[in-house]
Design a protein around this ligand. Structure first.
Ligand code: GN1
Ligand code: MG
Length: 388
């Protein structure tokens, strides 16, 4: 480990030794899979857990996604698993009763082990789980056209609609205060004061960017405290690449259920726009290529409102455009905090990756600020159209 990181323990499991193919196979074999394992290869672009695609033989047998859960971040794996089982069961039951509205929508499922558990704890202290892989499904890190954005909006709207009658109190709050801006700013300011790895000087502009917007960014927290927006079951990690599409580019599922918890739906809408209506990837280095794409924004909003507007209250609808600015701000803040902290939380692919991600978010936020009136108008227009 880099000696500079001795101050605090890293929360990133990647620093552990590589896991051998034989070990991975042994782990998969503890689950009740169809077929026998053919290949196991790294999969997806998550920053927290490690994922592998497991293909099996014969051809007709299901394939799987094996995940090593980052238990330094998700510290209570039994409760985490309990949340996922509750949510997926609820979704499946609801979908049985309403086949017409859900089209091809499917729910991913945890695979049980031979001993009836839904995760494996290995001798090295790692936690593993196995999901079924939806055949020929794919996801998008950058959204290619409005039709995909529209599909994405419908998918997260449907997810929220289907979970809207699941008791929030039945879910364990796996990462408390996950999108709480007051807490995130306080952690950030502590990191700036400590300056553990001596990076604060080089990010003075980014720190100023955060501070000049910090008051306005308390808006959603305040609306919640004033009781104007309800606590609902929310996904909390609605990156666009957490939506699965089929070959015809229809959205067929929503994945990455680790952070499903009580929260405000504005967080889910905003995070999907941050990643689904940007012209660049989350870590695009060329900031001139990072802007809000109003066509993608409009298409996502339309799809979302068509499925969600009937249960949103006015305060929620009125703040959808703001939520996109908010989520871009808070995720940029977290990337910047991690950079200042010595890259302890997110996996990085190269030195300075977290700073680059933060800068990308800040550029995107500036673009949203520039087009904010148009974003608000788009929401108002589509909400009106659907109501009438
Ligand atoms: C992390 O699991 P993954 O990599 O999609 C993070 C999210 C951030 C996201 C930024 C548990 O998500 O909150 O929005 O990175 N998840 C956790 O890309 O912190
Ligand atoms: Mg996640």
């Amino acid at each position: 480990m880099n000696s500079m990181l001795k101050f605090k323990q890293s929360l990133n499991l990647e620093i552990n030794a590589q896991i051998s193919m034989d070990n991975l196979k042994n782990i998969v074999n503890q689950f009740k899979t169809e077929g026998t394992v053919a290949t196991i290869t790294p999969f997806g672009s998550g920053h927290i857990n490690d994922s592998y695609l497991v293909t099996t033989e014969p051809e007709e047998a299901s394939d799987y996604v094996l995940q090593r859960i980052n238990h330094l971040i998700f510290r209570n794996v039994p409760e985490l698993t309990g949340n996922i089982l509750k949510v997926t069961l609820h979704l499946r039951n609801k979908m049985l009763c309403m086949t017409s509205a859900i089209g091809d929508f499917q729910v991913i499922q945890l695979t049980p082990t031979h001993t009836g558990s839904f995760f494996v704890y290995d001798p090295d202290g790692n936690y593993w789980r196995l999901y079924n892989h939806l055949r020929e499904s794919k996801s998008f890190d950058v959204v290619l056209n409005p039709a995909l954005a529209y599909e994405g909006g419908k998918a997260f709207g449907l997810f929220q609609y289907l979970t809207s009658d699941l008791e929030t109190s039945s879910l364990y709050e796996i990462l408390p205060d996950f999108h709480n801006i007051a807490k995130r700013l306080s952690t950030f300011r502590k990191a700036v004061t400590l300056d553990q790895v001596g990076r604060v000087n080089e990010v003075a502009n980014e720190i100023a960017f955060i501070e000049t917007r910090s008051d306005e960014m308390h808006l959603i927290l305040r609306l919640g405290e004033e009781g104007k927006i309800p606590v609902r079951v929310t996904h909390n990690d609605t990156k666009f690449n957490n939506i699965l599409f089929n070959r015809e580019n229809k959205a067929i599922s929503v994945v990455d259920l680790d952070t499903v918890m009580p929260g405000y739906i504005l967080y889910d809408f905003g995070d999907a726009i941050r990643t689904g209506a940007s012209t660049g990837a989350e870590d695009e280095a060329d900031l001139s290529r990072v802007n809000i794409d109003l066509d993608l924004f409009e298409a996502y909003s339309k799809g979302y409102l068509e499925t969600a507007l009937n249960f949103l209250n006015n305060a929620e609808t009125d703040h959808l455009a703001f939520s996109a600015k908010f989520m871009t701000y808070i995720i940029g803040l977290r990337f910047l905090t991690d950079h200042i902290d010595g890259d302890r939380y997110y996996k990085i692919a190269f030195p300075g990756h977290n700073l680059q991600r933060a800068r990308t978010q800040f550029k995107l936020l500036q673009s949203m600020e520039h087009h904010y009136a148009a974003m608000q108008e788009i929401i108002r227009r589509h909400a009106e159209k659907i109501k009438n």
